[in-house]
Design a protein around this ligand. Structure first.
Ligand SMILES: [Zn+2]
Length: 430
């Protein structure tokens, strides 16, 4: 009897998986083609018309697709056209940085609806940062035009995605922080916790100019196994309070044995150098992060150089101000950026030697300075990497700039739904 029940239960589970996969196939076909009749969807998915009609009824009832009129014309029979319903669900992406929190609200077709970024002191306690993140996500939820189907949170550091735990973060000064459960207790939506540079790499490489077709659809395609990055081997670097990497190898994000790949800010580049926040000495973070840039501004003053930047308090000194000063020819800003560019170039040269990427994409808080840093980085690469000299690639600014993580976060939630929408089809359309 027990065996009989188990068999029945397995058969039911298998049936549900097939149904979920088929629902996803119809959604992905609609996403790729924008509008389709039921007959078109049957042709594209290879499913029977009767099956597609049944699936579409379920998607209509759940409010994930909508009818948009009748197609008439000389080719094919008239048919009711369907498209994804922008009100099928709302998606929230959050980025928590060392000194800021950013949030974006997007609809079911990944169109951004609302976005906000709040700066924080770099030494803010994790509890304060999480309170701000909760407030911003709550604000986004209040404006959501449809049910929030997921919140994707990007954090800097080593992330255990399965447990939703930030295992270590120098920027947020914490270890083993159960951020997903903390946010789940305060926000009424499924929470996903992912490393920030990995999300940024997805957002940038698969949808930015530096990678592929130029729309978030490319991210969704690639994550749903429908497409691939135009450039298969990319090193994405998020440079801000710390440095984090997202490695795309053969068109796939490489996450490593425990998902911790990309903690490049703690590569030692200067063994006799300054003590890092991680407790080590001479990490790349100490030489090439946002903090290193500010340290260099003050170092120029000690060398007798003068600049209006030196009259700013530490809170007033921002990347944007240093970049603006450099563009107006301020020698302190120019020298500080040149120093950081050299150290960035040294670390990148080591990564290039190990990974041989075709493209290096510079994002994060320092991305407004990318065009000022890239010539120095290029020179360092040519001078110190045999691999680069033998077959140079290109160094590019991130096309989504500081928003890459938010783009990748929205795509992560939507790609999950598009691969198996069964969890959303039990509900009634709002
Ligand atoms: Zn370190």
């Amino acid at each position: 009897m027990l065996t009989h029940q188990t068999n029945q239960s397995s058969a039911f589970t298998a049936q549900a998986m097939v149904r979920g996969g088929n629902l996803g196939a119809v959604l992905r076909a609609l996403k790729a083609e924008r509008t389709l009749s039921r007959a078109d969807a049957a042709k594209i998915t290879g499913l029977s018309r009767a099956t597609v009609s049944s699936l579409v009824s379920q998607l209509l009832e759940a409010g994930l697709v909508r009818e948009v009129g009748i197609r008439t014309g000389s080719v094919g029979r008239p048919g009711t056209l369907l498209e994804l319903n922008p009100l099928g669900g709302s998606v929230i992406s959050v980025e928590i940085g060392g000194d800021f929190v950013a949030t974006r609200l997007s609809d079911f077709v990944a169109t951004p609806i609302w976005q906000r970024r709040i700066g924080l002191a770099e030494d803010s306690a994790l509890s304060v940062v999480l309170e701000v993140a909760t407030e911003l996500a709550t604000l986004a939820m209040e404006q959501a035009p449809a049910e929030v189907i997921g919140v994707c949170v990007g954090v800097p550091g080593l992330v255990d995605v399965e447990r939703g735990v930030l295992v270590h973060s120098s920027e947020l000064d914490c270890t083993q922080a159960p951020i997903r459960s903390w946010l789940s207790a305060r926000l009424d939506a499924p929470i996903h916790l992912v490393e920030e540079a990995n999300l940024s790499a997805l957002g940038e490489v698969f949808s930015g100019d530096s990678g592929a077709a130029g729309s978030i659809d490319a991210v969704l395609d690639s994550m749903a196994g429908l497409g691939r990055a135009r450039c298969a081997d990319v090193l994405y670097l998020s440079v801000g309070s710390g440095i984090h990497g997202g490695f795309v190898v053969n068109g796939q994000l490489m996450s490593g044995h425990r998902g911790f790949a990309g903690g490049v800010g703690h590569m030692v580049v200067d063994p006799g150098g300054a003590v890092c926040r991680c407790g080590g000495r001479g990490c790349w973070d100490t030489r090439a992060s946002q903090r290193a840039l500010f340290d260099q501004v003050h170092a120029q003053a000690r060398r007798g150089m003068h600049s209006p930047l030196l009259r700013l308090t530490s809170y007033q000194l921002t990347v944007d101000r240093v970049v603006a000063a450099a563009r107006s020819g301020d020698p302190v800003a120019v020298a500080a950026l040149a120093d950081v560019g050299q150290w960035l170039g040294l670390g990148i040269a080591n990564l290039v030697t190990a990974l041989n990427p075709a493209r290096i994409v510079l994002g994060g808080t320092l991305s407004p300075a990318a065009d000022l840093l890239i010539p120095t980085i290029d020179t360092m690469l040519r001078d110190t990497s045999l691999v680069w000299a033998a077959g140079p690639g290109e160094v590019l600014p991130a096309s989504h700039g500081r928003d890459a993580c938010l783009v990748g976060g929205a795509a992560t939630i939507l790609a999950g739904v598009f691969s198996d929408p069964l969890s959303l089809t039990g509900r009634k359309a709002g």
